[in-house]
Design a protein around this ligand. Sequence first.
Ligand code: AMP
Ligand code: TRP
Length: 326
Amino acid sequence: MTRVFSGIQPSGDLHLGNYLGALRRFVDDQHEHDSVFCIVDLHALTLPHDAAALPGKTLEAAAMYLAAGLDPEVCTLFVQSQVHEHAELAWLMECNAAYGELSRMTQFKDKSARGEFVSAGLFTYPALMAADILLYDTDRVPVGDDQRQHLEFARDVAERFNSRFGPTFVVPEAAIPTVAARVMDLQNPTNKMSKSVSSPQGTVLMLDAPKDIEKKIKRAVTDTDNEVRFDIEAKPGVSNLLGVLSAATGEPPEKLAERYDQYGPLKADTAAAVIELLRPVQERYAELIADEAELRRILAAGADKAQAIASVTMARARSAVGLLPR
Ligand code: AMP
Ligand code: TRP
């Protein structure tokens, strides 16, 4: 069975785009592949962060992934820092990564241009990410398009390591969706829905109350010609609503478009569909987040399962580079 691995930043503010574009796919993946999902709290340390808030955010991320349908009996869900092999293998990755190669990472350039304190950890971020992936003999890594360069880096380091020290790692493939469910910002439908943009009204958060979801969708920016047609170029706002309604109902957007001749009913139906789509996830989330002991138990069991795999790979890598066993 192919092994799938993906990492998720611990952020409490997951939105509808994350759900339709990533989370929901992970939930399907778990039944077809041997799936490992990691909440990457060590990566969260690369930028200035609120230490007091991080444990809570880590638990919230876990609860949201479970609420979305990841089943800890079927897949492995764990916290990166609870499996020490990640930090350990990251060092071996750093020693096999070229300074020039890390300097070319566009995400490092973007993030370091924004911050005042640029940590060495931000620079070596891709080496830790490569360690995450290689520890699990991963075949496929489902990620968004923005992670393409990091994935290429992980492949390059794996190949370099294997050629320097002998076959040690599986070289992973990226799995980047071709027909990405790209959910656009409701206020600015030519931009991707994202938690970092300035318009909170354009982003439906996973935990938004039904009345807020309704308000945001009813106020979505469309256009003035009042014709319901699926045409992303000419009608980005209307097409985004049709895309969301399609993702929620499973019907093709072109076919849905035929049913409406006004924006009002399209918005009302889209709002209702999103509310119904998120309702069971929100209900499960409320139960899960209320039982911290159970969440911790699930994550501890996940860390045990993960470590059973990671420790074997780590031992192989230590031996390959010539570290003396204790
Ligand atoms: P991020 O929150 O940017 O770290 O993204 C986490 C995951 O959600 C990645 O796999 C992204 O590709 C996916 N994602 C983020 N925003 C959207 C969006 N607006 N539409 C579809 N997928 C998204
Ligand atoms: N860098 C990824 C992101 O920001 C998160 C991540 C960390 C990851 N380690 C990973 C993704 C390993 C896939 C595989 O989205």
